[in-house]
Design a protein around this ligand. Structure first.
Ligand SMILES: Nc1ncnc2c1ncn2[C@@H]1O[C@H](COP(=O)(O)OP(=O)(O)OP(=O)(O)O)[C@@H](O)[C@H]1O
Length: 569
């Protein structure tokens, strides 16, 4: 909470000015009933018309002054809470971008999204409500009670009792309602998730004829959401009628007790009117105050969640010396585990010269992608040293390090936009560079056949392209900025053999100085590599060039024979 509160500091002057204006408005509102009682009890019996007009004028001025002050202070409050939330959201976004993948995995992507959206919204609401009602409501309640106690203690006690009852009722009702709303919000999340999964996997759903099951899944989530909303609605439906009842009961009590005291000659009749006005003021302020409490409790919980991300520790930068003759890129006895249970990469060591090619082969789940994640410093190794450009990756600025790479991950997707926008990908690259990358990636033949060439719009995820066309665009995206190091993670899986061969040839021709890291299930994709790693269960089972592995590694020989028939020499 302290960290989030710090975002108010730059606006302290405005907040203080807003509070002073709200204070002034509350004082003006509290003076009005006193003047009203004076008109009824003194000026009307005295028949002093001029004084009645004068006091009426003052009352109008006070009422207008209070409205003006409240509008000004509310606008200031809205500005401050919007501005501080903007900066908070911006800092949170930057921090999320700076989180290591381990930290992002720990928070979970959906939780980070909800911290950035829902939680910042709750904090915004809290600051807005506190500034608007946090001064005015307690001032009106306290000031009203003090003035009424000075005027007539027995009536003031009636007001105090009813106000306390109102406050307790609203707080209890809202507290009971909040869990239902939280459940309703979670149910909405589930509905949205099912919708997104369904939209993304619409082809699979249709192909596997799962529409009915999907509909049932959606209906169940939809029903759960309706139920949670209904329960919340049932609880909250009590709030307004109960407060109306308490307000009316209180007014009746004030009038009754007041009338009895007036009849007994213990107080002037005008004070009943003043009391009724104070009572209405105090009741509405009490309601406002309970709403402030609700917003503060929700906002404080959200502020804690935001703070957890903002204060997530920076990654340590303990570097280790590189082994002698470390080369351009490599690892030395690297061990890494995603969740600390079992090593996902164990004792991995290899070297690669600049401009060289590293091939990585191995069964699914053997740690191939994890090796590239460590090179990119998406995760830090638990033990050992990883280096790129002859320097420990931990000693390098993560963004600068990552900008040296062009990468195609298995999970990459196209965005809604033109072919050019998909290849350039937010980098504003010149069109000739984009065209050249598309040629190397073997994408040009089909791009030139599209109705608007590079300017042809693509659907989200490239739904209007074939799998192989999508893959070639992704490769072009990785190449377009002429990276120093190129990582292709199974990027040829949807390409036919002759296109994959043409791609390899074009890569060597057009990017002779680029260091290549190629993960593939095909021996043909890596056979020209300077070094091929054969992985098994996170360990490097064997490494060497194609000929060396053919001579020494049975697993590699089997794969080569299986995939390339007799052509394995
Ligand atoms: N983000 C993650 N969190 C936890 N475990 C993970 C994560 N990513 C991968 N793993 C685990 O690490 C191990 C190695 O995964 P990795 O993706 O590196 O394998 P791979 O050889 O690239 O597999 P594939 O060929 O199927 O892509 C697997 O056991 C996998 O379950």
């Amino acid at each position: 909470m302290k960290t989030v509160l710090g975002y108010l500091r730059p606006h302290a002057g405005r907040v203080a000015a807003g509070a002073a204006i709200k204070f002034t408005a509350a004082v003006l509102e509290l003076i009005l009933p006193l003047l009203l009682a004076e008109v009824i009890d003194e000026l009307v019996p005295a028949g002093d018309t001029a004084a009645i007009w004068r006091t009426g004028g003052w009352m109008s001025l006070l009422a207008l002054g209070a409205v003006g002050c409240n509008i000004t202070a509310n606008r200031m409050a809205a500005w401050v809470s919007m501005e501080m939330t903007r900066v908070l959201r911006q800092d949170l976004y930057r921090r999320i971008q700076g989180l290591s993948c381990t930290q992002a995995d720990q928070f979970s992507p959906s939780s980070l999204v909800s911290r950035l959206t829902n939680d910042t919204y709750n904090v915004h609401q809290m600051f807005d409500k506190v500034q608007r009602g946090g001064i005015r409501a307690p001032m009106l309640v306290l000031g009203g009670l003090i003035l009424t106690f000075l005027l007539e203690p027995s009536l003031a006690l009636v007001q105090l009792a009813v106000s306390l009852l109102t406050f307790l009722t609203i707080t209890l009702v809202t507290r009971r309602g909040i869990p239902h709303y939280t459940r309703a919000q979670a149910a909405v999340d589930t509905v949205v998730r099912i919708l997104r999964e369904n939209a993304a996997g619409v082809r699979v759903v249709k192909a596997l004829a799962c529409q009915v099951r999907e509909r049932d899944r959606f209906d169940t989530a939809n029903q759960a959401q309706r139920q949670a909303e209904a329960q919340a609605g049932q609880v909250m439906a009590l709030a307004n009628p109960i407060t109306d009842l308490l307000l009316n009961a209180g007014l009746i009590l004030v009038v009754l007790v007041g009338a009895l005291r007036v009849n007994a000659g213990l107080m002037p009749p005008g004070q009943i009117v003043a009391f009724m006005t104070y009572f209405t003021l105090i009741q509405s302020a009490t309601l406002g105050l309970s709403k402030v409490f609700v917003k503060v409790s929700k906002g404080a919980a959200s502020a804690r969640r935001i703070q957890e991300v903002l204060l997530a520790p920076e990654q340590q930068r303990q570097t280790a010396p590189l082994p002698a003759g470390g080369g351009f890129l490599g690892m030395d006895r690297v061990t890494f585990s995603y969740q600390g249970a079992k090593p996902d990469v164990e004792e991995a060591s290899f070297l690669l010269r600049q401009g060289g090619m590293l091939g990585i082969l191995g069964p699914t789940g053997s740690g191939k992608s994890t090796l590239t994640a460590l090179l990119l410093r998406l995760y830090d190794a638990d033990r050992g040293v990883v280096w790129v450009g002859g320097m420990d990756v931990k000693a390098q600025d993560r963004r600068a390090l990552q900008s040296r790479f062009g990468v195609v991950f298995q999970s990459d997707d196209l965005i809604r936009g033109t072919v050019y926008e998909n290849i350039s990908f937010l980098r504003n690259l010149p069109r000739p560079a984009v065209g050249a990358a598309a040629r190397t990636a073997q994408a040009w033949p089909f791009i030139s056949q599209l109705p608007q060439g590079l300017d042809t719009p693509l659907d989200l995820g490239g739904a209007n392209l074939s799998g192989g066309q999508r893959q070639r665009l992704l490769i072009a995206r990785a190449l377009a900025d002429r990276p120093e190091i190129l990582i292709l993670d199974n990027a040829d899986s949807a390409l036919d053999y002759s296109t994959a061969a043409a791609l390899r040839q074009a890569l060597r021709r057009d990017f002779p100085c680029t260091t290549l890291v190629i993960i593939s299930e095909r021996v043909s994709a890596v056979r020209e590599a300077d070094c091929i790693l054969v992985l098994e269960n996170g360990r490097i089972d064997a490494q060497g060039c194609h000929d060396a592995l053919m001579a020494s590694c049975r697993r590699y020989q089997r794969m080569a024979k299986l995939q390339m028939g007799g052509d394995v020499g």
